[in-house]
Design a protein around this ligand. Structure first.
Ligand SMILES: NC(=O)C1=CN([C@@H]2O[C@H](COP(=O)(O)OP(=O)(O)OC[C@H]3O[C@@H](n4cnc5c(N)ncnc54)[C@H](OP(=O)(O)O)[C@@H]3O)[C@@H](O)[C@H]2O)C=CC1
Ligand SMILES: CC(C)(CO)C(=O)C(=O)O
Length: 304
């Protein structure tokens, strides 16, 4: 399997390195880290053990990497206006594309050009940050849930899950990608937005009772909107919220990616994480009032 990583930052470098370490043929489309990785290779620090890859196939131009069997997308969604031109040179007849980006609308964007039958999506439960050029810091977690854009289990999704598992990345194939995406939004919508707006990490947010209540209320709104999307099986609000809150309580002092983006002056992934979910909720007759407020304030902050 020849694999190209498009969007080789915190997420793409980590998963690409894990796949290469397991013996796969991985090719990285690089930008910032190109010189450093060509010269000194790619280093991963991780609580599971640091490792270094000296020989890394990489290029600045996707035409030099392809064609491949699998394109793994790890661009920030605000760079999606470049997505198609970066992926197209890597495609041959049976190439499939797996996007591990957060939010909604990424698979559909790929499907418009390449066809829904070639597109898969994945939810990454990963905490990874970039270090100096050529280094990526895996802070914890890493599990992936992936599935077909068109729904249902497939041989292909099962084979990809097996490939990740063989590379020490826990992974499962799911039959309802839409449900998995809405489940992930139940976490991203409150924590990403509130941490970016307040500068408080997830532990600080949960320790403040009024904020904790709002987080729970926002999660309820997102679940109601998700359940209005005709999922195979509905998300059970009370149980799922309890699970999300308990899981977050173990993420001591974690700073969500959107908070880091705001602090570092980068754009935020507002359309994929707020805009598209709001549009899809409204189309199904559900109004997420708190989410709309969050979106408005986050958008205002982008206009400085
Ligand atoms: N990091 C994490 O732990 C998690 C991230 N995610 C999601 O994964 C996605 C990626 O996040 P993350 O890895 O953190 O983001 P990063 O900003 O670390 O990585 C994005 C990468 O895309 C590259 N890129 C952007 N535009 C281009 C271009 N035109 N040509 C070539 N490369 C380009 C950047 O290049 P350059 O090297 O020049 O900056 C960068 O390496 C997001 O949707 C995020 O929400 C989901 C779960 C966890
Ligand atoms: C839920 C989490 C922490 C990944 O596990 C994430 O998506 C983020 O920080 O944006």
């Amino acid at each position: 399997m020849k694999i190209a990583i498009v969007g080789a930052g915190a997420l793409g470098l980590y998963y690409g390195a894990m796949l290469q370490r397991a013996g796969n043929d991985v090719r990285f489309l690089l930008r910032r880290d190109y010189q450093a990785i060509r010269k000194d290779g790619l280093s991963v620090t991780s609580p599971n053990g640091d490792f270094h890859l000296q020989a890394v196939q990489c290029a600045l131009d996707p035409a030099e990497l392809g064609p491949v069997d699998l394109v793994l997308v790890g661009l920030k969604t605000f760079a999606n206006h470049r997505l198609i031109e970066l992926v197209a040179p890597l495609m041959q007849d049976d190439t499939c594309v797996l996007t591990l980006q957060n939010g909604l609308g990424n698979e559909e964007l790929l499907a418009k050009t390449f066809g829904a039958e070639r597109v898969l999506g994945g939810i990454a439960f990963l905490c990874s940050n970039r270090g100096e050029p050529g280094t990526v810091h895996h802070m914890g977690q890493g599990r992936i849930r992936l599935g077909e854009l068109s729904g249902g289990f497939s041989e292909r999704a099962t084979a990809l899950a097996r490939m990740f598992n063989q590379a020490q990345v826990p992974c499962e194939a799911v039959d309802d990608l839409r449900r998995a995406r809405w489940e992930k939004l139940v976490w991203n919508i409150p924590f990403n937005g509130l941490s970016a707006l307040t500068g408080k990490n997830v532990t600080e947010l949960l320790r403040h009772e009024p904020s904790r209540r709002e987080i729970i209320a926002i999660m309820g709104e997102v679940i109601a909107a998700g359940n209005a999307q005709d999922l195979n099986t509905p998300i059970e609000a009370e149980i799922f919220i309890e699970k999300m809150i308990s899981a977050t309580e173990t993420m001591d002092g974690y700073r969500p990616s959107m908070m880091i983006d705001r602090l570092e002056g980068h754009p935020l992934e507002l359309e994929a994480i707020y805009g598209v979910p709001l549009t899809r909720a409204t189309a199904c007759g559900v109004e997420m009032v708190r989410v709309r407020m969050l979106h408005a304030l986050l958008e205002l902050g982008e206009r400085n």
